[in-house]
Design a protein around this ligand. Structure first.
Ligand code: NAI
Ligand code: MG
Length: 354
């Protein structure tokens, strides 16, 4: 097995954690009998913008070609390029052009990571947030009237399609069917948002009929955020619209204290285009250049990418190695009160893979 991977380190600590992600990937490849064909790209970063006045070349799609996946670091350098430009010119282009309609994030309490929720142990919290990534509340339908006057009106519409909703719900139920607890929780707000959300609930009920082995329930988004904090052990797979999913997919990892270690996938489950895997964190300008960033988010993203590519054994081995290293204070990075730098932590995980 050989996999073509497009490697895009991006800005700031993206450039520091990427080599550790690659180190662990290569080690996993040699142990599990597959190979990784890497194509590194220097675009989708603010250095590229400084030279060319745009984040990516016009023919970026041709330059990326048809890889099996994209392995991404982080983008953004607010001192030189405004964040909306760096983000819209890179990550959001990938999401749209490659129809990455699922944003997937694990919420899992790891050893060595202090949990902000009192009394929780590793093993207590282990679920996935599935966010719709292409439509919903983040539409460009709307407008502004009478700007700057007392009669000012702004309107922004939510756009949900049956195609777009059903495909993300199907993904959530399929994911739940592979898990022990086989349970889907849907985020709704059908008591307040009286057109789109009752319809979303109907689509959930329709989809559930196809998965008799999977149980499901729903919570209004307001109480759901409270449940994330109070009873996170309740959840298995949580599926949500674009806006609700955006909130939940930051809240979930925050409940497990994981800014430096959390990964994410922007997934095209139909495989009509590559999916993209990246850490949840950004380019961290405050610590960039010091070699102290935590590489675990990048390395866990590598495990998610391998799972997507069908290398489940290698992915599971990476996660065991990550847990072994996180449990060892001397091998953790400074954000987790450890003593290791980025490279030492990455090497320790690669070594633990043996
Ligand atoms: P950030 O995630 O870069 O940093 C937030 C805080 O967490 C900082 O104090 C940072 O030092 C710390 N941190 C983050 N990752 C860490 C790691 N691996 N190890 C240790 N500490 C870590 O978020 P911020 O500061 O809001 O954004 C900085 C830039 O990154 C902006 O340009 C923003 O637009 C961009 N960004 C990009 C993302 C992406 O590429 N997907 C996601 C979030 C932000
Ligand atoms: Mg967000």
């Amino acid at each position: 097995r050989n996999y073509a991977i497009s490697v895009i380190p991006g800005d700031g600590i993206g450039k520091e954690v990427m080599p550790e992600g690659i180190r662990v990937l290569e080690r996993a490849a040699s142990l599990y009998g597959f190979s990784i064909d890497q194509k590194w790209q220097d675009f989708a970063c603010c250095d590229y913008y400084a030279k060319h006045g745009q984040m990516m070349p016009d023919d970026w799609k041709a330059q990326i070609g048809k890889p099996d996946a994209i392995f991404f670091g982080a983008v953004g350098w607010p001192d030189t390029v405004p964040d909306h430009i760096s983000l819209w010119g890179s990550l959001l282009q990938f999401r749209r052009e490659y129809d990455q309609y699922v944003n997937l994030r694990p919420v899992r309490l790891m050893p060595g990571v202090p949990c902000p929720l009192v009394g929780r142990e590793p093993g207590d919290i282990d679920f996935w947030v599935v966010r719709e990534n292409t439509e919903g509340e983040y539409s460009s339908v709307g407008g502004k009237m009478f700007p700057g006057t007392d009669r000012e009106i702004v309107i922004q519409e939510t756009v949900m399609t049956r195609h777009g909703t059903d495909r993300v719900l199907r993904y959530a139920f399929e994911l739940a069917a592979t898990r022990d607890r086989k349970h889907v929780t849907s985020a709704t707000k059908s008591n307040g948002i009286a057109i789109t959300m009752p319809w979303w609930d109907e689509r959930v009920e329709e989809m559930a009929k196809h998965y008799p082995s999977v149980t499901h329930d729903k919570y209004h988004i307001d109480i759901l955020t409270a449940q994330f904090v109070l009873n996170p052990d309740r959840f298995d797979v949580v599926v949500a619209s674009n806006l609700f999913g955006d909130i939940l997919s930051d809240l979930g990892p925050a409940c497990t204290g994981t800014i430096g270690v959390a990964p994410s996938g922007n997934i095209n489950p139909d495989r009509t285009a590559p999916s993209l895997f990246e850490p949840v964190h950004g380019s961290a300008p405050d610590i960039a250049g010091k070699g102290v960033a935590n590489p675990v988010g990048q390395i866990w993203s590598a495990a998610m990418m391998l799972e997507h590519l069908g290398e489940a054994d290698a992915a599971a081995a990476i996660m065991r190695a990550v847990e072994t290293v996180l449990a060892e204070p001397g091998l953790r990075t400074g954000d987790l009160k450890g003593k290791a730098n980025t490279e030492q932590c990455g090497r320790a995980i690669a070594d633990a893979l043996a």
